[in-house]
Design a protein. Structure first.
Length: 121
Protein backbone atom coordinates (compact mmCIF):
# COMPACT_ATOMS: atom_id res chain seq x y z
CA UNK A 1 0.00 0.00 0.00
CA UNK A 2 1.07 3.56 -0.56
CA UNK A 3 0.41 6.63 1.54
CA UNK A 4 -1.38 9.66 0.19
CA UNK A 5 1.94 11.49 -0.15
CA UNK A 6 3.48 8.73 -2.30
CA UNK A 7 0.37 7.42 -3.98
CA UNK A 8 1.66 7.35 -7.56
CA UNK A 9 5.40 6.68 -7.52
CA UNK A 10 5.21 3.16 -6.04
CA UNK A 11 2.78 1.71 -8.58
CA UNK A 12 4.59 3.32 -11.50
CA UNK A 13 8.02 2.17 -10.39
CA UNK A 14 6.90 -1.39 -9.61
CA UNK A 15 5.28 -1.94 -13.00
CA UNK A 16 8.15 -0.36 -14.92
CA UNK A 17 10.73 -2.32 -12.94
CA UNK A 18 8.93 -5.56 -13.76
CA UNK A 19 8.77 -4.68 -17.45
CA UNK A 20 12.49 -3.85 -17.51
CA UNK A 21 13.79 -6.74 -15.42
CA UNK A 22 11.21 -9.50 -15.60
CA UNK A 23 11.72 -9.96 -11.84
CA UNK A 24 8.50 -11.36 -10.39
CA UNK A 25 9.10 -9.51 -7.11
CA UNK A 26 8.24 -6.30 -8.96
CA UNK A 27 5.18 -7.90 -10.52
CA UNK A 28 3.96 -8.95 -7.07
CA UNK A 29 4.50 -5.41 -5.78
CA UNK A 30 2.55 -3.99 -8.73
CA UNK A 31 -0.27 -6.45 -8.05
CA UNK A 32 -0.39 -5.37 -4.39
CA UNK A 33 -0.67 -1.76 -5.52
CA UNK A 34 -3.47 -2.66 -7.94
CA UNK A 35 -5.42 -4.42 -5.16
CA UNK A 36 -4.95 -1.42 -2.88
CA UNK A 37 -6.21 0.99 -5.55
CA UNK A 38 -9.18 -1.30 -6.23
CA UNK A 39 -10.06 -1.11 -2.55
CA UNK A 40 -9.69 2.68 -2.55
CA UNK A 41 -12.03 3.26 -5.46
CA UNK A 42 -14.62 0.80 -4.14
CA UNK A 43 -14.51 2.42 -0.68
CA UNK A 44 -14.46 5.88 -2.30
CA UNK A 45 -11.22 6.80 -0.54
CA UNK A 46 -9.15 9.76 -1.76
CA UNK A 47 -11.28 10.46 -4.86
CA UNK A 48 -11.81 14.24 -4.49
CA UNK A 49 -8.97 15.02 -6.88
CA UNK A 50 -8.15 15.49 -10.54
CA UNK A 51 -5.22 13.08 -10.03
CA UNK A 52 -7.37 10.01 -10.60
CA UNK A 53 -5.94 9.66 -14.10
CA UNK A 54 -2.36 9.64 -12.86
CA UNK A 55 -3.20 7.24 -10.06
CA UNK A 56 -5.37 4.70 -11.84
CA UNK A 57 -3.59 4.70 -15.21
CA UNK A 58 -0.40 3.61 -13.48
CA UNK A 59 -1.91 1.30 -10.88
CA UNK A 60 -4.80 -0.31 -12.77
CA UNK A 61 -4.82 0.40 -16.52
CA UNK A 62 -1.24 -0.84 -16.88
CA UNK A 63 -1.95 -4.20 -15.16
CA UNK A 64 -4.99 -4.63 -17.38
CA UNK A 65 -2.99 -3.94 -20.54
CA UNK A 66 0.05 -5.99 -19.50
CA UNK A 67 -1.56 -8.91 -17.66
CA UNK A 68 -5.29 -8.73 -18.55
CA UNK A 69 -6.03 -8.17 -14.84
CA UNK A 70 -9.84 -7.93 -14.88
CA UNK A 71 -10.13 -6.58 -11.33
CA UNK A 72 -7.66 -3.80 -12.15
CA UNK A 73 -9.66 -3.00 -15.31
CA UNK A 74 -12.86 -2.69 -13.30
CA UNK A 75 -11.13 -0.41 -10.77
CA UNK A 76 -9.83 1.79 -13.61
CA UNK A 77 -13.33 2.06 -15.06
CA UNK A 78 -14.74 3.04 -11.65
CA UNK A 79 -12.00 5.67 -11.28
CA UNK A 80 -12.82 7.00 -14.75
CA UNK A 81 -16.46 7.34 -13.67
CA UNK A 82 -15.33 9.36 -10.65
CA UNK A 83 -13.10 11.55 -12.82
CA UNK A 84 -16.05 12.23 -15.14
CA UNK A 85 -18.10 13.39 -12.15
CA UNK A 86 -15.54 16.16 -11.72
CA UNK A 87 -16.31 17.49 -15.21
CA UNK A 88 -18.10 20.83 -15.00
CA UNK A 89 -19.92 21.05 -18.31
CA UNK A 90 -20.72 24.79 -18.31
CA UNK A 91 -17.01 25.59 -18.05
CA UNK A 92 -15.77 22.53 -19.94
CA UNK A 93 -13.23 21.69 -17.22
CA UNK A 94 -12.40 19.06 -14.65
CA UNK A 95 -12.43 20.54 -11.16
CA UNK A 96 -8.99 20.02 -9.66
CA UNK A 97 -9.65 19.62 -5.95
CA UNK A 98 -12.18 19.29 -3.23
CA UNK A 99 -15.77 18.29 -2.81
CA UNK A 100 -17.82 19.19 -5.84
CA UNK A 101 -20.46 20.80 -3.62
CA UNK A 102 -17.93 23.13 -1.95
CA UNK A 103 -18.42 26.63 -3.43
CA UNK A 104 -14.89 27.55 -2.35
CA UNK A 105 -13.49 24.88 -4.68
CA UNK A 106 -15.97 25.20 -7.55
CA UNK A 107 -14.31 25.70 -10.91
CA UNK A 108 -10.72 25.40 -9.73
CA UNK A 109 -8.63 23.75 -12.40
CA UNK A 110 -4.99 23.41 -13.40
CA UNK A 111 -3.15 21.97 -16.38
CA UNK A 112 -2.78 18.67 -14.48
CA UNK A 113 -6.54 18.26 -14.79
CA UNK A 114 -6.09 17.92 -18.55
CA UNK A 115 -3.10 15.64 -18.13
CA UNK A 116 -5.38 13.14 -16.34
CA UNK A 117 -7.68 12.77 -19.34
CA UNK A 118 -6.05 9.60 -20.77
CA UNK A 119 -7.84 7.59 -18.07
CA UNK A 120 -11.04 8.39 -19.96
CA UNK A 121 -9.83 6.92 -23.26
Amino acid sequence: ATTAGRRASGPACSGLAWELTGDDAYLLAAERHARDFERRVREEEDLDTHDLGFLYTLSCVAPWRLEQDEAAREAALLAADHLMRRFLEPAGIIQAWGDLSDPGQAGRTIIDSLMNMPLLS
